[in-house]
Design a protein around this ligand. Structure first.
Ligand code: NCD
Length: 338
């Protein structure tokens, strides 16, 4: 196992399967009345969030608590960050409190990586700017695998604001590692620079792609949020036009939204995913979001099990201060206390 989880590229296929398989066992805890495993008792996890979050922050918190760690949430709003403290000073301050793992979300790409230079504990990237969000890719793979079986040879289509999507970057890396084929679909203005070097095919034509006419039959479609807050509108909502990226929201929805008609283009077995938060009526219609094919809430639920597995693999068995991390051949905590 790697010491930190900053990118999906930190994992090899064996490491990714190890986390996904552990997450299957961790997920069983959801069915128990007492949702507690002792694996991380006496350890402290700090969630350091410089950006808004509902799912990621709360699922890391629940994951840590279900593994018996003490979990502390620090968010930029309400901390000394709002008084101008630098990322380095904030990270050093949190580290000085004696943390055993740091989960960080930050608007700058590369922030989690920088933090590893300043602190001694495992660092988990919970989203850095437009760069990566590896635990989201792991929970997406977990959710897809549950629905489709092994992902090797499966064709996953990812649609939307790819330029600003750390979810897309991590998913292309991880799905490729697991042997899946990925097609990215977006208007040219939202296709990332350098995408031709990525391990995927691309298209501007959503209808043809969903109908299997571009890169073959589709096994799942993942819709991504239009990230207005990264488009220089200065607004994270309110329906303002995303300046320069597409003419109007209505036109975006017509060209790239998952409408009921587009849902019907998909083969029957193909589910719909979205990492959330969803802009209903923009990238996804309510009919698609709430349809029986939607795995949106399965993804949220998977987030807890996958993050438990990630925390466990990075923290349990780590020799304090030695930098050695990962499992040490000891029985899996979920198995021991089943
Ligand atoms: C994603 C994120 O924050 O990168 N959401 C999430 O983690 N559930 C995607 C997004 O914000 O659109």
């Amino acid at each position: 196992m790697t010491r930190h989880l900053l990118s999906a590229a930190d994992l090899d296929a064996a490491g990714a399967y190890e986390i996904l398989n552990s997450a299957e066992q961790m997920d069983a805890i959801q069915h128990r009345q007492v949702k507690k495993l002792p694996a991380l008792r006496g350890r402290t996890v700090v969630n350091l969030f410089f950006e808004d979050s509902t799912r990621t922050r709360s699922s890391f918190e629940i994951a840590g608590k279900w593994l018996s760690a003490d979990v502390v949430n620090v968010s930029a709003k309400g901390s000394s960050v709002s008084k101008g403290e630098s990322l380095r000073d904030t990270a050093l301050t949190v580290a000085a409190l004696g943390v055993d793992a740091l989960v960080i979300r930050h608007p700058s790409s590369g922030a989690a990586h920088r933090v590893t230079e300043w602190v001694d504990c495992p660092v988990i990237n919970a989203g850095d700017g437009t760069h990566e969000h590896p635990t989201q890719a792991l929970l997406d793979a977990f959710t897809l695998r549950r629905r489709l079986g092994e992902l090797a040879g499966r064709h996953i289509v990812i649609v939307g604001d790819l330029t600003h999507s750390r979810v897309a970057r991590s998913n292309v890396l991880l799905l490729g590692l697991l042997g899946a084929q990925v097609t990215l679909v977006a208007p040219p203005t939202l296709m990332p620079a350098g995408v031709h070097t990525w391990n995927c095919s691309t298209s501007w034509d959503l209808d043809a792609t969903l109908a299997g006419k571009v890169a073959g039959d589709v096994d799942a479609v993942m819709m991504l949020r239009v990230q207005r807050e990264r488009m220089g509108t200065g607004s994270s909502g309110g329906g303002r036009a995303a300046v320069g990226y597409f003419p109007t929201e209505r036109e975006y929805a017509i060209g790239y939204g998952l409408s009921p008609a587009r849902l019907d283009l998909l083969p029957e077995h193909a589910p719909v995913l979205h990492p959330g938060p969803m802009n209903r009526g923009l990238e996804i219609s309510s009919i698609a979001a709430d349809s029986p094919r939607s795995l949106v809430l399965d993804q949220v639920r998977a987030g807890v099990a996958v993050r438990m597995a990630v925390l466990y693999h990075l923290m349990a068995g780590a020799d304090e201060g030695s930098g050695r991390t990962g499992t040490t051949g000891e029985p899996h905590p979920a198995a021991v206390h089943a």
